[in-house]
Design a protein around this ligand. Sequence first.
Ligand SMILES: [Zn+2]
Length: 295
Amino acid sequence: MIKRAVLVLALGLLGGGHAVMAAPVKAVASFSILGDMVARVGGDRVAVTTIVGPNADTHIYDPKPGDVVSLAKADVFFVNGLHFEGWLERFVGSTGFEGPVVVASEGITPREMDEDGRVEVDPHAWQDLTNGVTYVRNIAAGLCSVDADGCALYEANAKVYADEMLALDAATRAQFDAIPQTRRQVITSHDAFGYFGAAYGINFLSPEGISTESEASAADVAKLIEQVRSVGAKTLFVENMSDQRLLEQIGRETGAAIGGALYADALSTPDQGAVTYLEMFSHNVAQLLPAMTAQ
Ligand SMILES: [Zn+2]
């Protein structure tokens, strides 16, 4: 009898606790930048698991058994789309997940790129902050679809977050607009800044293709060296998940310096100063501006 009394008391406590705080919505995001966005919109109501973490390459990721378990238990799955996650279809099929797959880039205007004569869709849409606003709207709608009780909160969080993005977008635009167009030339190791360049009037040159899967050929490198010389670029940038050796070679041959790391497809670890989407953006701008204004 004593045991039963204790059990009833324990259940009563659990029940009371549950009424105050519902179990969080389980969301999975395909990569770190998107995971940060989902966490901002979801707030305390959403527990986010990210598949491809900081400084890792989503283009060529190979899902692990733990990722399968995470998605099998999830309520909703957020992905970039635009063929960024090449492993997506097979992965979702292997988990038995039947919940909504929310494509965060839905509704943006995709850029196309010429990749060795083939026209391909550029997946790096988050590199334009106004596209980030679209991502946030899609994330809020996705969370509302699985948790109607939290919808007002998600929409409120999304509004605050989108306003922060638009403020940073305006500040970024003003900073780059102050630099003469001829100086807005940047060399990167992986062609991930097409949207960024279009948004802020910067010409990004890159020796690699659109995805980190492709290797630059000797002819590509020779062409790039020629481009670096002709535009007079003074600084080369490497990304957090790319091989630096190619840029070092180009630097040696052209006399251009190697700049700090740019964060393209993944956030940084906490000690590197780009742990959120907005921090990543500010970090990249702070790396690019002095390189463009340097003599
Ligand atoms: Zn990429």
